[in-house]
Design a protein around this ligand. Structure first.
Ligand SMILES: C[S@@+](CC[C@H](N)C(=O)[O-])C[C@H]1O[C@@H](n2cnc3c(N)ncnc32)[C@H](O)[C@@H]1O
Length: 271
């Protein structure tokens, strides 16, 4: 996606990380550039725990971005994790970051559109989307494909930004879009209906908006603390450009006003 590759200078970003972490970095140090969603690395650890409890072993991360969640998942023994992203530059960055991470294996990655998943029927026992549907204009096609590649009894786990209760229009730019051209937020009730009509069984849906807002406020305080920046230099600006603070500020205001919300949703392909 052009939105994510516009400001990205992969070699320069990796050079800066090599300089900051000559012995290699851990997941927390890489989080500002590989956890591109509300809730940061904690949100991914939460998804990992969910998938672990479900006993999922063959996992597809749709819209895997620069790979933070994938790297956390591959820390668990016995899991086979595949990442798929439309943005080839993100897949290149994902590989580069795995080389900087102290322990991460080479990631299994595919550049493709989630509307046409290049996998055989029933290839996975879990699919995860973390702030990915938010960029996808045709969620019905994506969810139909998701059902096709899931084995029966397999799970779909979503951590997504969706429309909030307020009818006010979004403040732009936001981290995932400059305008409504790239932003495609679901209505939660309509999403439930769509999932059911396609053949999924919705098992649980949680609103994480309050946690996401508190997290964003803490992040903003950290991002403005020069002594912290000196110790932990990686920044989402390295991906989203110098305008990141304005994007993050709008994200916070959109959340605070109820223009957007954050949900975690678990669905299953019935047996
Ligand atoms: C906000 S980023 C989230 C990345 C990652 N999941 C994370 O949380 O750090 C959204 C991701 O969805 C990807 N994406 C958007 N549309 C897509 C599509 N049709 N097929 C596959 N990936 C897509 C983007 O390239 C981007 O990597």
């Amino acid at each position: 996606m052009e939105h994510y590759s516009r400001h990205l200078r992969i070699e320069a970003l990796l050079d800066k990380l090599h300089t900051a972490y000559p012995q290699g970095a851990d997941g927390w140090q890489l989080a500002p550039v590989d956890q591109l969603h509300t809730g940061g690395i904690q949100a991914s650890l939460r998804l990992r725990e969910r998938l672990q409890r479900l006993g999922s072993r063959r996992i597809l991360d749709i819209g895997s971005g620069s790979g933070g969640l994938m790297r956390l998942l591959t820390e668990l023994p016995g899991l086979h994790v595949t990442g798929l992203d439309l943005c080839h530059d993100f897949n290149r960055l994902n590989r580069g970051l795995a080389g900087i991470h102290r322990q991460a294996p080479e990631p299994a990655l595919t550049t493709a559109d989630a509307r046409a998943l290049p996998f055989a029927d029933q290839s996975f026992d879990a699919l995860v989307m973390q702030h990915s549907l938010l960029n996808m204009p045709d969620s019905e096609a994506v969810l139909r494909e998701s059902l096709r590649v899931l084995q029966s009894g397999g799970h779909l786990l979503l951590h997504e930004l969706v429309q909030g209760p307020s009818p006010k229009p979004l403040l732009y730019p936001v981290p995932w879009a400059d305008s409504d051209r790239d932003s495609h937020l679901e209505n939660t009730a309509a999403l439930h209906q769509l999932l059911s009509s396609i053949g999924f069984e919705v098992l649980a849906s949680l609103d994480l908006s309050a946690d996401a807002l508190a997290w964003r406020r803490r992040q903003q305080a950290k991002e403005n603390d020069d002594s912290r920046i000196a110790k932990a230099p990686a920044s989402p600006r390295w991906i989203l450009g110098a305008e990141f603070p304005r994007r993050a500020d709008n994200l916070m205001h959109n959340l605070a006003d109820g223009r957007i919300a954050v949900i975690e949703l678990l669905a299953r392909r019935p047996r």
